[in-house]
Design a protein around this ligand. Structure first.
Ligand code: ATP
Length: 477
């Protein structure tokens, strides 16, 4: 036992001391950081609810009973130290999280979903925990090795130190002890707290970006989110890692970009990714002009919008994908959709937005009925995003009017009315009903009587054209 920290057992003391060579480098800081931090326990109280804390203690107690140690790690610790509200509870246990989760289910109910490959488990709490967070992800402390760059890692159970060293950046590699004998002790073997204080994003080892090039995207995302800089040694590693971006699977790449599109400043993030040559490594024609990136700013969080029409009716990241790519030609969009495995639905919306975007000039001179006829072929959400991205121009009014009024405009006449007039059902129905609708849309008619007159005119024209002798029951109009 350490004479400085008699309360800590071997696992806690060794958490930062697992590998020789590392020891000399980290001992002084590590020991300093191990002081129980009253401000951390205070922060825990301030930034979490009593129900969340109750669950944290309950999980930690059960882990201890099974001989495991439990820690809060990653983004939770980072945001707590930054004084930000935290909702993601990233709990790591030294031991098997699936065993712990099974035991929790046995004792408290609910159900679990184990993820055998990554040795994690999700506990879905039972109804009896009303008012508590109902889903908890529990992770086993693990060691990760990479068979080749950009591959998914091979995972084995490990120590807390292994688990912290496998992480992306020092600011995400701190743990908060949850065991009763060291509750609230910060375990920071890699200098995460100092980097947080200095506003630095720093990888944990020089091969980090090559092992997992998604970290290139994560580094810039965190830097912009927190107004941090990349540590110079970290920035210097980027050029050598760029060729490996191409080896990332479409899903992993898209996931990282989705995360960027959920951030407060996606434009800034993309600008920096371009400046560092990272986005071009995915696919060179990805849009990088000021205008392309500025469109992202127009798609805002629902909380920032002053009216519901200012937020698109689809997830933020999807709306921003559409906003970003809409100016590209069809061929490029298809290539990007292939590279990043877009869902068929997202691909359809981006292609629709691109068609609309490239016809905006023409659309400015169209009648409402022409606009409506054309826009009806596209998903509303794509139209909505294009409309949000445009400055006040005539074409934007067309899009807005279509969504807010024109698409729902219908004549009073319907198929039943035409049938009652003795007209045989057929393609003519569709044509006449459209002519009536177009007349309403373009302001040629605006009352029921005017619609009736127009319908009679259409019937008369048909009679003259075809010499039709059908007995049209116009009196039933
Ligand atoms: P955010 O606020 O963006 O959600 P987070 O830290 O919760 O931040 P997650 O993506 O949920 O981020 O990841 C949880 C933790 O897992 C991170 O804090 C980090 O320690 C680790 N992690 C995530 N992705 C990687 C990666 N590619 N390489 C190494 N560690 C990672």
């Amino acid at each position: 036992m350490s004479y400085l920290y008699p309360d800590l057992d071997d696992e806690h003391r060794l958490a930062g001391l697992g590998h020789s060579g590392f020891i000399l480098h980290i001992i002084p800081d590590f020991l300093l950081q191990l002081q129980p931090m009253t401000d951390i326990t205070e922060r825990l109280t301030r930034f979490t609810t009593p129900e969340q804390r109750e669950l944290i203690h309950l999980i930690a107690r059960e882990a201890n009973r099974l001989g495991m140690h439990a820690y809060l790690v990653g983004g939770f610790v980072r945001d707590l130290l930054l004084g930000r509200m935290v909702n993601d509870f990233d709990i790591v246990v030294v031991g098997n999280a699936i065993t712990l989760c099974r035991s929790l289910v046995k004792k408290y109910g609910g159900r679990l979903t184990p993820h055998i490959l990554f040795k994690t488990a999700t506990w879905f709490l039972p109804e009896t925990f009303a008012g508590h967070p109902r889903v908890w992800d529990l992770t086993s402390a693990r060691l990760e090795t990479y068979a080749r760059p950009a591959a998914l890692p091979t995972v084995t159970l490990g120590t807390l130190h292994d688990d912290l060293r496998r992480r992306d950046f020092t600011i995400n590699a701190m743990a908060l002890c949850l065991d009763s004998d060291c509750f609230g002790v910060l375990i920071d073997p890699l200098g995460g707290r100092a980097d947080l204080e200095h506003g630095l994003i720093r990888v944990i080892h020089p091969r980090s970006f090559i092992d997992d090039p998604t970290r290139l995207f994560r580094a810039v995302r965190y830097a912009v989110r927190y107004g941090f800089r990349l540590a110079p040694e970290t920035a210097a590693l980027i050029p050598d890692a760029l060729p490996y971006v191409d080896d990332l699977s479409p899903e992993r790449l898209r996931h990282e970009l989705d995360l960027i599109f959920e951030e407060g400043q996606p434009t800034r993030i993309l600008e920096r990714l371009f400046a560092l040559g990272i986005l071009q490594s995915i696919y060179p024609p990805l849009p990088s002009s000021k205008a392309d990136l500025a469109r992202l700013r127009r798609i805002r969080f629902p909380s920032q919008a002053t009216s519901s029409s200012e937020t698109p009716d689809l997830p933020l990241h999807e709306a921003r994908w559409i906003a970003w790519l809409m100016a590209l030609p069809t061929k490029e969009i298809r290539a990007i959709a292939r590279r990043l495995h877009f869902t068929a639905d997202l691909k359809k919306k981006v292609l629709a937005a691109s068609s609309i975007f490239h016809n905006l000039d023409a659309m400015g001179g169209w009648t409402p009925s022409l606009c409506t006829a054309w826009l009806e072929g596209f998903p509303d959400q794509a139209i909505q995003v294009v409309s949000l991205c445009l400055p006040a121009v005539k074409a934007r009014d067309c899009l807005k009017n279509y969504l807010e009024q024109w698409k729902t405009v219908r004549p009073l006449t319907n198929g039943e009315t035409l049938k009652a007039l003795g007209l045989p059902p057929g393609p003519l129905y569709k044509e006449w009903l459209w002519q009536l609708r177009a007349a309403w849309l373009d302001g040629a008619i605006s009352t029921a009587a005017e619609e009736e007159m127009l319908l009679h005119k259409l019937i008369e024209e048909r009679r003259q054209k075809h010499g039709d002798t059908n007995d049209l029951q116009s009196e039933r109009m």
